[in-house]
Design a protein around this ligand. Structure first.
Ligand code: NAD
Ligand code: UDP
Length: 311
C-alpha cells in the first residue's frame, strides 16, 4: 500500500484518479480548494477509511508524508482559468514550487499534470514532445499556458539540481463523467445543450480540431507513467490521436442524443488553437505499449449517460 497525495483531487480528472488508486489498495489524500472541483465528485469515497479529504490551496505550503504526489490542482477550462488569471498563474507556479519542495523534503515521486497547451497554436502537426510550441506570452490564454510551461521548467530544475524524481504528462483534451455541466469546455457544453434542446454553440466556423481522450485512458496512462522506471521523466504526450473538427463533434453529439438542437455560430475566442493532435509514439514506447482504447462514440455515450442522470 502506497500513500498518495492528489492535488486537485476533487476535480473531474482528480476524482477518477482518487477512485482508481483507492481501488488498487492505496491510501489517498485528496487536496482541493473547490474552485472548480466539488465534494460531490468524491462524496462516494468518503466512507473509505483509506481516503482523506483536505481543504487547502496549493499556493500555500502543505506538509504531509507520502510516497507519491500527483499535482493536478489548476482550473483547466478557459472560462475558469481566465476568471482570475493572476490566481491561475499562482496556482501553477507556486503550487509547483510548494509540491516540488515537499517532494524534495520527503523524497516522494511527483507527477505533473501538464497540458497540450504548452504547444500553443501549434505550427507542427501532430505535436511531438520535442516541439517547443507557439504560445502568445501576453494573450488571454497565457496565464494557463505560461503557468504550465513555467511549472514544467520548475519540475526539470528540481530534477536536475535536487534529484527529485519527476514525471511530466502533457495531457490532450480529456472528457468524461464528472465534468462540471457549467465547465464551459466543448464536450460538456455540447452534450448539455443537446440534452436540454438548446442551441449548440460553435465558436468560429467549427473547422478547428481537437483530439478527445476518454478519462479512463488518461488515468491508465498516468498510473503507468508514475510506475515507470525512474529514468522516464517525460514530458510525455497522453492523448487520443483521433482528431475531429468541432462541427464533427457537434454532429456526433446530436446523433447520440437524438437531439433536435440547432447549431449557432459565435465568435472564436482569442488565440484559440486551430488544430491539436498528439503524437503518442513516445508514450507507447515508454509506457508498456500504452494507447487509448475508448473511441469517441463510446466515450461520448458514457458521458451522455452521466449527464442524463445529473442535469
Ligand atoms: P478541474 O477544473 O475539474 O480540476 C482542477 C481541480 O483543481 C479542481 O478540483 C479545483 O478545485 C482544483 N484547484 C484549482 N485551483 C486550486 C488551488 N489553488 N488549490 C487547490 N486546488 C485547486 O479540471 P480537470 O480537467 O480535472 O484538470 C485537472 C488537471 O489536468 C489540471 O491541472 C489541468 O490543467 C490538467 N489538464 C486537463 C486537461 C483536460 O482536458 N481535462 C487537459 C490538459 C491538462
Ligand atoms: N468550443 C466551441 N463551443 C463551445 C466551447 C468550446 O466551439 O461551447 C471550441 C473552442 O473554441 C475550442 C474547442 O471547442 O476550439 C475546444 O475548447 P475547450 O474549451 O474544450 O478546450 P481547449 O480550447 O482548451 O482545447
Amino acid at each position: 500500500m502506497k500513500k498518495i497525495l492528489i492535488t486537485g483531487g476533487a476535480g473531474f480528472i482528480g476524482s477518477h484518479l482518487c477512485e482508481r488508486l483507492l481501488n488498487e489498495g492505496n491510501e489517498v489524500i485528496c487536496l482541493d480548494n473547490y474552485f472548480t472541483g466539488a465534494k460531490s465528485n468524491i462524496v462516494h469515497l468518503l466512507d473509505n477509511p483509506y481516503f482523506e479529504l483536505v481543504r487547502h490551496d496549493v499556493t500555500m505550503p502543505y506538509f504531509v508524508e507520502v510516497d507519491e504526489i500527483y499535482n493536478l490542482a489548476c482550473p483547466a477550462s478557459p472560462i475558469h482559468y481566465q476568471y482570475n488569471p493572476i490566481k491561475t498563474i499562482k496556482t501553477s507556479v507556486m503550487g509547483a514550487i510548494n509540491m516540488l519542495g515537499l517532494a524534495k523534503r520527503i523524497k516522494a515521486k511527483i507527477l505533473q499534470a501538464s497540458t497540450s497547451e504548452v504547444y500553443g497554436d501549434p505550427l507542427i502537426h501532430p505535436q511531438t514532445e520535442d516541439y517547443w510550441g507557439n504560445v502568445n506570452p501576453i494573450g488571454s490564454r497565457s496565464c494557463y499556458d505560461e503557468g504550465k510551461r513555467c511549472a514544467e521548467s520548475l519540475f526539470m530544475n528540481y530534477h536536475q539540481k535536487n534529484e527529485v524524481k519527476i514525471k511530466i504528462a502533457r495531457i490532450f483534451n480529456t472528457y468524461g463523467p464528472r465534468m462540471n455541466a457549467n465547465d464551459g469546455r466543448v464536450v460538456s457544453n455540447f452534450i448539455v445543450q443537446a440534452l436540454k434542446g438548446e442551441d449548440i454553440t460553435i465558436y468560429g466556423d467549427g473547422t478547428q480540431t481537437r483530439s478527445f481522450q476518454y478519462v479512463d485512458d488518461l488515468i491508465e496512462g498516468f498510473i503507468r507513467l508514475m510506475n515507470s522506471d525512474d529514468s522516464v521523466i517525460g514530458p510525455v504526450n497522453i492523448g487520443n490521436p483521433g482528431e475531429f473538427t468541432m462541427l464533427e463533434l457537434a454532429e456526433n453529439v446530436l446523433k447520440l442524443t437524438n437531439s433536435k438542437s440547432k447549431l449557432t455560430f459565435l465568435p472564436l475566442p482569442e488565440d484559440d488553437p486551430l488544430q491539436r493532435q498528439p503524437d503518442i509514439r513516445l508514450a507507447k514506447k515508454l509506457l508498456n505499449n500504452w494507447e487509448p482504447n475508448t473511441n469517441l462514440n463510446e466515450g461520448l455515450k458514457r458521458t451522455i449517460n452521466y449527464f442524463k442522470e445529473t442535469i
